[in-house]
Design a binder for this molecule. Structure first.
Ligand SMILES: NC(=O)c1ccc[n+]([C@@H]2O[C@H](COP(=O)([O-])OP(=O)(O)OC[C@H]3O[C@@H](n4cnc5c(N)ncnc54)[C@H](OP(=O)(O)O)[C@@H]3O)[C@@H](O)[C@H]2O)c1
Length: 254
């Protein structure tokens, strides 16, 4: 099959491209570096021509609605017009979540549904790299700040990429469909992640300072909106600890 991967040079997209190629399929990365700009639509029509599916991994969290909402809708409209199965990556727990980015991801899903083409939306939990980033942000020197009882069920990005490839290569739905949510194998307190990250670079366990969740966004995370209710998600992939063991001792980026 010929599968276009938007954001095919990004963290998730590059893994989807690798998965598709390993399985003997044609994977075509599409993003600004290949002449496709979702914020304007330039290059989009030509990029999708002749494709069986498009896996949408491109995003720009710094661009407001431009890529996340309007770019996704542009892609969904072109995919629907060309009868290309759109497979979209979204985030677990975004319904009613007050985080502005999560609101945009929900509007992106709604735009895909409104476009009316064959589409599959996969919601995943936070990737291991993002969980480690959160833990680093909430650790200052030897002190880790615990926000309420915030937990994460982080998932291995390679596992998400494999599921997206499965969806792109599998049976296409007649219209808009949601795949079963995807999460990692462990639910971890953020301070436990901070402890693992510090231990990974040879530092002792942090002293934990508990802070109340203040404001709607932190309250939503503190009540576990980002974690799928028990039994509602597929779980799998490497554990956070197994992923961390393969990272350099000094983590960087998200
Ligand atoms: N990180 C998490 O924990 C997590 C969890 C669940 C879901 N997700 C979702 O996973 C997706 C991918 O995340 P990621 O971390 O892989 O992102 P990433 O590494 O930042 O990659 C995004 C890619 O999008 C492309 N892009 C940006 N602006 C563009 C534009 N205007 N037109 C076309 N392409 C554009 C970029 O390539 P160019 O520079 O070449 O344009 C870039 O390679 C996002 O939708 C995110 O919501 C992430």
């Amino acid at each position: 099959m010929r599968v276009v991967v938007t954001g095919g040079a990004g963290d998730l997209g590059s893994r989807v491209v690798a998965q598709l190629r390993e399985r003997g399929h044609e994977a075509v990365p599409a993003s600004r570096r290949t002449g496709v700009d979702l914020s304007t639509g330039s290059g989009l029509d030509a990029a999708l021509r002749g494709a069986d599916a498009v896996v949408h991994c491109a995003d720009d969290t710094s661009a407001g609605d431009a890529v996340t909402v309007y770019g996704t809708r542009r892609l969904a409209d072109v995919a629907a017009a060309q009868d290309v199965h759109l497979v979209h990556i979204s985030i677990v727990g975004i319904d009613g979540h007050p985080l502005p980015y999560y609101k945009r991801k929900l509007r992106a899903e709604q735009g895909i549904a409104a476009a009316g083409g064959a589409a599959t939306v996969l919601r995943a939990t936070q990737f291991h790299s993002l969980a480690a980033y959160f833990a680093r942000v909430l650790t200052k020197g030897p002190v880790a700040f615990a926000i309420g009882d915030m937990v994460i069920q982080p998932v291995d990005t390679d596992h998400v990429a494999a599921r997206l490839a499965d969806l792109a290569l599998g049976a296409r739905p007649a219209a808009y469909a949601r795949a079963t949510d995807l999460a990692g194998p462990d639910v971890l307190a953020l301070v436990d992640i901070a402890t693992l990250v510090r231990s990974h670079r040879g530092a002792p366990a942090p002293r934990v300072v508990h802070l109340p969740a203040v404001g709607a966004v932190l309250k939503a995370f503190a009540r576990g909106a980002n974690v799928p209710p028990a039994g509602t998600a597929d779980t799998g992939g490497r554990t956070f600890a197994a992923w961390l063991a393969e990272q350099p001792s000094r983590l960087s980026g998200r």
